[in-house]
Ligand binder design. Structure first.
Ligand SMILES: Nc1ncnc2c1ncn2[C@@H]1O[C@H](COP(=O)(O)OP(=O)(O)O)[C@@H](O)[C@H]1O
Ligand SMILES: [Mg+2]
Length: 229
């Protein structure tokens, strides 16, 4: 039986070093951190401090250079072993939803088709019902038959969030989701994230430059030069 208190994600002395010519860039430079189930954590810090790199490592989108990464009590990466690509793909699609600053909607598909897009690759039972629930929750039910170009930026991001959640992930990863939005739309997205965390029990890992949104998270963590401040 699993321990109920075990962190959902655990990293120990994690490093990611990029090599550019003769230069070594320590984008993530020895970070140790636990993220609990149902936690809402926000990473802040100046541009180039390693936020995106860390988010990609926490989301199993990229391999660390060294250290340890455990997700749902499974070792994704350690000095001794690294999870193979097939298991990584499975872990990503079962546990994670991803949202980025750019919305990445398919312009020729309607809102509903965009939300349902992940079904083309992987379909959890019950997920079809989830589409309507999410559209209601995110306030885009009346937009389902529209094309992305007919939506405001805030609506586009809400569609991208619905798409990320269609297969009911346990963890939502978001890299500056309000980066392209004005303050009013940003506040709406911030409220949605709080609601998803508090009412749906979603674990949220956020990178943001938006101070109000960072404050609404349960925990704010600051990065500088690849290290926790
Ligand atoms: N693919 C890459 N190759 C080389 N250097 C990179 C790469 N991605 C990021 N970096 C460098 O790593 C550092 C951290 O970048 P990043 O994680 O994007 O920071 P942030 O998201 O906080 O702006 C920066 O110095 C950046 O230039
Ligand atoms: Mg970034």
């Amino acid at each position: 039986m699993s321990q109920p208190t075990a962190p959902l994600i655990s990293i120990k002395d994690l490093h990611k070093t990029y090599v550019r010519g003769s230069e070594h860039i320590h984008a993530v430079d020895g970070i140790t951190l636990d993220i609990q189930e149902k936690e809402y954590i926000a990473f802040v810090g100046p541009s180039g401090s390693g936020k995106t790199t860390l988010l990609h490592l926490l989301g199993c989108l990229d391999n660390p250079t060294s250290g340890e990464l455990k997700v749902a009590e499974r070792t994704v990466y350690s000095e001794k072993a690294a999870m193979n690509e097939r298991d990584l793909t499975k872990l990503r699609r079962e546990l994670y939803g991803y949202v980025f600053q750019k919305f990445y909607l398919i312009p020729t598909l309607t809102v509903e088709e965009n939300i349902l897009l992940p079904f083309a690759f992987y379909c959890k039972p019950d997920a079809h019902k989830n589409a309507q629930h999410l559209a209601d929750l995110l306030g885009i039910s009346h937009r389902l038959n529209h094309l992305p170009k007919e939506l405001s930026g805030g609506e586009m991001q809400r569609v991208a969030i619905a798409r990320a959640l269609i297969n009911k992930p346990q963890i939502l990863l978001a890299d500056e989701p309000t980066g392209n939005l004005d303050s009013k739309r940003s506040a709406e997205i911030s409220d949605i994230f709080s609601k998803l965390n508090q009412e749906e029990g979603l674990t949220i890992i956020l990178v943001t430059h938006n101070p109000a949104m960072a404050k609404s998270a349960g925990r704010m963590v600051e990065l500088r030069d690849g290290k926790l401040v």
